[in-house]
Write a protein of this length. Structure first.
Length: 296
């Protein structure tokens, strides 16, 4: 019997391909979860790529003790910009309901994270715990101090980079921070009214098959599969896109990846079904869609 190795043309390529596909499926599942967290749980952290144990820096303006000592006669306190390092301790079991000032007139509850700030002399000689909510890739809301602040990953970017941002960019970031929760609130309400599983069922409910059975001409199985999948996804996207288009850029990119991945998976499975049976019935479509969703 021929001994096959991973480099053997007869077996190696298949093994490597399976490994690559498995890796892609894993990444797909992670990206999908980040979107579900953002949409249903009001949790942007997974989409932003931050998690428990990560280090971030938060921009604060603290009283300048040196200036205060130099000019004791000046009753006006002066503030100094400080990038304060902290560790993400993890998500709490609480959500913060954004006020009208934070989020316009739209009700929205966002996931609360616990952070532990480093000791910072002379203001905070000991480590300090606080509660925050991630708003987007640049802003977070510090619940304890009721303020919208800039944040960045520790070691990513320099303080000077932020100082050089013009006022137009700052205003844009603030506007974006309030716009994201508004659109998330609409999605959150939609999911609450229709239950969490509605988004998945939309794939099944949006089929537009004129007949229970679709005959497929020889040699056109893949084209027929792509046409059907395009119809299904078009219906789903047309329903949900208005509520998703204002999500943070990172989440939008993830969503685009997911749509492409779902499309490819559905096309492959439907093509295989058509090649085997030469027809496609609604029962087969149901089973294929369910099978794809179970891998997410």
């Amino acid at each position: 019997m021929e001994k096959r190795t991973l480099d053997s043309p007869s077996g190696g390529d298949t093994l490597k391909k399976q490994k690559v596909e498995h890796t892609k499926d894993g990444q797909f599942s992670e990206k999908l979860q980040s979107v579900l967290n953002a949409v249903i749980e009001g949790d942007l952290a997974p989409a932003l790529g931050v998690s428990q144990g990560d280090r971030i820096m938060v921009q604060w303006f603290l009283e300048d003790e040196e200036e205060k000592d130099d000019d004791k006669s000046d009753s006006t306190s002066k503030e100094k910009e400080v990038w304060w390092g902290c560790t993400i301790m993890g998500a709490s079991d609480k959500k913060h309901k954004l006020s009208s000032d934070e989020n316009g007139e739209t009700d929205f509850s966002i996931k609360v994270y616990k952070v532990r700030y480093d000791a910072l002399e002379p203001h905070y000689p000991k480590e300090t715990d606080s509660s925050i909510c991630f708003m987007n890739e640049r802003n977070l809301l510090d619940i304890e101090h009721d303020g919208l602040m800039l944040w960045r990953r520790e070691g990513h970017g320099q303080e000077q980079d932020v100082e050089n941002k013009n006022s137009e960019e700052s205003d844009s970031a603030t506007a974006t921070a309030t716009a994201h929760p508004q659109i998330l609130a609409a999605i959150q309400k939609f999911e609450k009214d229709h239950d969490v599983g509605n988004l998945r069922r939309a794939l099944l409910d949006s089929r537009t098959l004129d007949d229970d059975i679709i005959p497929v001409p020889d040699g056109e199985t893949r084209e027929s599969a792509e046409q059907l999948v395009n119809t299904i996804l078009a219906n789903v996207l047309s329903t949900h896109f208005p509520r998703l288009r204002l999500l943070p850029a990172t989440t939008q990119y993830s969503m685009a990846d997911k749509v492409a991945s779902v499309k490819n998976m559905l096309v492959e499975k439907i093509t295989n079904c058509l090649d085997t049976k030469k027809i496609l019935d609604t029962e087969a479509v149901n089973e294929i869609v369910k099978e794809v969703l179970q891998t997410l």
